[in-house]
Design a protein around this ligand. Sequence first.
Ligand code: PEP
Ligand code: MG
Length: 396
Amino acid sequence: GLVTASGGPTSHAAIMARTLEIPAVMGLGDISKFESGEKAVVKGTDGEVLLHVSDADFEKYAAEAKAYREHLQVLKESAALPAVTKDGKEILLFGNIGKAEDASHACHLGAEGIGLFRTEFLYMKNDELPSEDMQFEVYKKAVGRLGGRPVIIRTMDIGGDKELKCLQLPKEMNPFLGYRAIRISLDRTDIFKTQIRAILRASAFGEAQIMYPMIASVEEIKAANAVVETAKEELRAEGIAFNEDIQIGIMVEIPAVAVAAELFTPHVDFFSIGTNDLCQYTLAVDRMNENIGHLYQPLHPAVLRLIKHTIWASHEAKQITGMCGEMAGDPVATMILLGLGLDEFSMSASAIPVVKNIVRSVTIEECKAVAEKALTMSTATEIVAYAKTVLAEKGL
Ligand code: PEP
Ligand code: MG
């Protein structure tokens, strides 16, 4: 188990723990009561840590954990079954990865594509910026493991809670609102073009797609696309193969894009909703701040409305909307998201079996009714309670 004093369930340490299937509870605040060597129960599913547990209770929780693992094992054995609702709608269930090697694990657990390849770890682990060739090998390996199925490679999302040794980033008062992600890429187009060239070269070996993080304006998309065009011209001149029709999408994680989604569809091939950031920006709740963790509510009525509008706009433009924030892997949200029309769910591999089981057990019609009812409610608390009741009634 992993327990931290600071951070929240969408901090990148939590996301990595989820990928590694380590029960984790983040942002406990005061951990001075913990004593070295003391046994504790880490209830990752409920976000609770229990101390001073009697031997009898310890046995009880150990049995609970064993039953949970066995339940997951049964679901994992169905990983290869198609993600189709009972009334026949095919849903794209994809995995989120942070390194190429994770792609196989995601496929093993039922992922039919990679909806988010977080590339910033390539930049974080070395003292030097990763070269084009090094990145190309990594992206090529990832697309190779997917055998022609999509791998959405997100261009570097440095900044926020992700610092970099190889690039001295300024210390900022509000790093999540600051010099981050596409803002750095468009400032340092030398670094950005190197990455784009590597992705384009990998696109000759499989279905690599490009996704820009932290987009707030159409101008940013145009500026980023101009870099892609330059990279394409260079590769053509050098006689290097790439996919001319590579798909380019954006993360919808700044409320401005969700609110005005119909203005962005003409400039992209797809959307992917990044609820981790969308939620913190919509609710003005720092996703890393444990003191306000209870205010971080992905099922807040305002967040649901932004998701609804984003999906509506993309469908109007005959495009698809995915989601790659942690909400996509939260079973409590699955039926609502299906009801809102979400086309693709991308999540930590470990969450796929549970979400796939829900997808396979419901109809779109009933999910629409659940989503509609949820949208009449005025608080996240009511919505969560309602969604949990629906799941429980269905034995899910
Ligand atoms: C998100 O914001 O939802 C997202 C997927 O990106 P990250 O967690 O890497 O910021
Ligand atoms: Mg984000």
